[in-house]
Design a protein around this ligand. Structure first.
Ligand SMILES: [Zn+2]
Length: 270
């Protein structure tokens, strides 16, 4: 899927994910992801050795170009935060921009070997960096996280995280620890964050989430026992809600939003 030596010079039309610092560039006159042929994108020609193909959407190749911090905004080009750009893109472009950002971040953070400290270089047969002194090789980092919707009778448990904006309540989530299964992580995180036990876990779906490199693994679960007792650090409030009186919840395209819908559906279906 990810090619490092694309023939991009002659492609008539393509999507261009141009990364600058923590942002994605766009033309002021044409907001959204940049599209066109390389020949027309003259302002980026100085970076031609850094073009990487990160996917394909609707038969058009998608290329990533990381300008790091070298780009200065002009009248024609401005930048949008990764989050703001992602929120306005349809599903397939969302995925490819997520991937592009993670590839850029990987290359930025693997310039030197973690074993011997020498310079790393990219290998040309897969997306990896390699140390030619000690042969240590690195791949893009992916951090698995569990995310779980807990139902009790006709209600769902929703919690307010310490960092949630807009008074948003969501499903519980947390990173999987070394040596843990996804199921163990669900039981541990739920108990740590809200003090309850759950049962009958059911795998739902997964979603890559590029802030910065999570893979959200979604589960549906049933409440088993215990009283809600929030940890006060990651979670500052939590309670079971009826579906006709939900608080502000995450958007439908996020896996949290989909888990909440799926729980409602399960309750309706009895
Ligand atoms: Zn090394």
């Amino acid at each position: 899927m990810i090619q490092q030596n694309p023939v991009f010079h002659d492609v008539a039309d393509a999507w261009w994910i141009v990364v600058s610092k923590e942002n994605i560039l766009q033309y002021s006159e044409q907001p959204g992801l940049i599209r066109g042929s390389w020949q027309t994108l003259t302002e980026f020609h100085a970076w031609q050795d850094d073009v990487i193909q990160v996917g394909e959407v609707d038969s058009l190749p998608c290329y990533m170009l990381d300008l790091e911090s070298q780009f200065v905004a002009t009248d024609e080009l401005d930048s949008l935060s990764l989050r703001a750009m992602l929120m306005q893109l349809p599903g397939e472009l969302f995925s490819v921009v997520s991937r592009a950002w993670q590839v850029a971040l990987f290359l930025r953070t693997h310039r030197f070997c973690g074993c011997c400290g020498n310079k790393m270089s990219r290998v040309d047969w897969e997306l990896a960096t390699q140390c030619h002194t000690c042969h240590h090789r690195c791949y893009p980092r992916i951090s698995p996280c569990i995310i779980v919707a807990i139902r009790k009778g006709n209600q769902i448990l929703l919690a307010k995280g310490a960092h949630h904006k807009n008074d948003m309540y969501s499903t519980l989530a947390g990173f999987v620890e070394s040596g843990e299964t996804l199921e163990q992580a669900v039981h541990r995180e739920v108990f740590e964050e809200v003090g309850v036990k759950v049962k009958n876990l059911e795998y739902f779906a997964s979603q890559p989430w590029p802030f910065p490199h999570s893979l959200m693994c979604g589960f549906l679960a049933e409440y088993d026992s215990g009283d809600i007792n929030v940890d006060g650090e990651e979670i500052i409030a939590a309670q079971f809600y009826d579906f006709d009186a939900l608080p502000n919840i995450p958007p439908k395209f996020s896996i949290a939003g989909r888990l909440i819908s799926a729980t409602e559906q399960k309750i309706r279906n009895g």
